[in-house]
Design a protein around this ligand. Structure first.
Ligand SMILES: [Zn+2]
Length: 291
C-alpha cells in the first residue's frame, strides 16, 4: 500500500514476549517509524510480526486507531502531527497487538519545531471577523467536520504517493502563519494549489465521500475517507460532482475548482487529516518526483 521510499525510517524496536501458560513461545513484533519528525509532517509506521496479526491498537498524540491485521504479518499506516494542535517535543507511539497473546511495543518520536513564514491576506470584513449571525453556523459546521474526521474506518483505501488533484503549483504552503485583514487567525492547515474557475478537481487517492457540503469558510467542500483515520478535503469548489456515500477512484473528478468560502481568488485548498490532525499533504505528493 505505502511507498516506503517516500518517507525515511530510522528506528527499529524489537520486543520479545513469552506466551503466558506455555512459557515456550517467544513472539516478536518490530516497529519501524521515524525517530525525529518535523511538526505537521505525515509519516508511515510499519509493524511486522512473526505471527499473523489479528488487530492492532495504535496510540498516538492522545488518540487511538484500530488497525485490522487481516492475518498478514506486516501492516502499514499513516500518522502525523498538526501545526495547530500538536506541540514540539517527545511524543509516545504505542502499538498493541491484540488477540490471544497480546504484545505491546512503544517508542518515543521527537516532534521538531519548524519555522513557518507569515502570510497577510485581505478578505471581506465578514470573512475576517464573522458577524454574530453566522457564529452558530460556523460552530455547527465545525462540529460536523470534527464528527466526520474522528472516524477510523477499518478498510484501508489509501494509495501513496497521492495523485495531484489539479495540475497547478502550490500557491500557499502548509503551516503559514495567517493574518486576515491584519488579524492573526489559525495557521494554514492545508495546501493551496493554483486552479482556474471550473478546472476539474480529482480525488488524490481512492476512498468514500463522507461529506459534501457548503461551509462558511471552506465554501463547497468534499471530504474523502481513505480508511484508518486518513481523509483528504477539497475546498472552495465552484461545483460538487459527487454525493455522500459514493466510492471514488484516485483521479476521479469530484468537482470543479472555484472561489466559494473565505478566499482571495479561485484555487483549490487541499487538506490531509490523520486522526483529526491536519498534516502537510505536500510530503506525500512531491517526495517521489523530487520536487
Ligand atoms: Zn488554503
Amino acid at each position: 500500500m505505502m511507498l516506503r521510499s517516500v518517507l525515511f525510517f530510522v528506528l527499529l524496536v524489537t520486543a520479545f514476549f513469552v506466551t503466558p501458560g506455555t512459557g515456550l513461545h517467544a513472539a516478536q513484533m518490530r516497529l519501524e517509524c521515524p525517530e525525529v519528525i518535523g511538526i505537521g509532517l505525515p509519516f508511515v509506521v510499519r509493524v511486522e510480526s512473526d505471527e499473523p496479526l489479528d488487530r492492532l491498537r495504535v496510540e498516538w498524540g492522545g488518540k487511538s486507531l484500530q488497525v485490522p491485521g487481516a492475518g498478514k504479518t506486516a501492516v502499514e499506516f499513516l500518522l502525523g502531527t498538526d501545526v495547530l494542535k500538536s506541540k514540539p517535543g517527545n511524543e509516545t507511539l504505542r502499538v498493541i497487538k491484540l488477540g490471544l497473546s497480546p504484545l505491546a511495543v512503544q517508542t518515543s518520536i521527537l516532534v521538531e519545531r519548524r519555522d513557518f513564514p507569515e502570510q497577510r491576506l485581505t478578505v471581506s470584513t465578514e470573512m475576517a471577523t464573522p458577524p454574530a449571525a453566522v457564529q452558530e453556523r460556523i460552530a455547527r459546521e465545525n462540529a460536523e467536520v470534527r464528527a466526520v474526521l474522528s472516524v477510523d474506518s477499518p478498510d484501508n483505501h489509501l494509495v501513496l504517493p497521492l495523485m495531484r488533484p489539479v495540475p497547478g503549483d502550490v500557491s500557499s504552503a502548509y503551516g503559514l502563519r495567517r493574518f486576515f485583514n491584519g488579524l492573526e487567525r489559525n495557521a494554514h492547515r492545508g495546501l493551496d494549489l493554483r486552479a482556474a474557475l471550473g478546472d476539474p478537481v480529482r480525488a488524490a487517492s481512492p476512498g468514500q465521500i463522507v461529506l459534501a457540503a457548503d461551509h462558511y469558510y471552506g465554501g463547497n467542500s468534499v471530504f474523502i475517507d481513505h480508511g484508518l483515520g486518513v481523509f483528504t478535503v477539497y475546498m472552495h469548489l465552484e461545483k460538487i460532482e459527487v454525493g455522500q456515500g459514493d466510492m471514488v477512484e484516485a483521479g476521479q473528478i469530484i468537482g470543479l475548482a472555484g472561489q466559494t468560502g473565505r478566499v482571495t481568488g479561485p484555487h483549490l485548498h487541499l487538506g490531509l487529516y490523520v486522526l483529526d490532525l491536519a498534516v502537510d499533504p505536500a510530503a506525500l505528493f512531491f517526495a517521489k518526483q523530487g520536487q
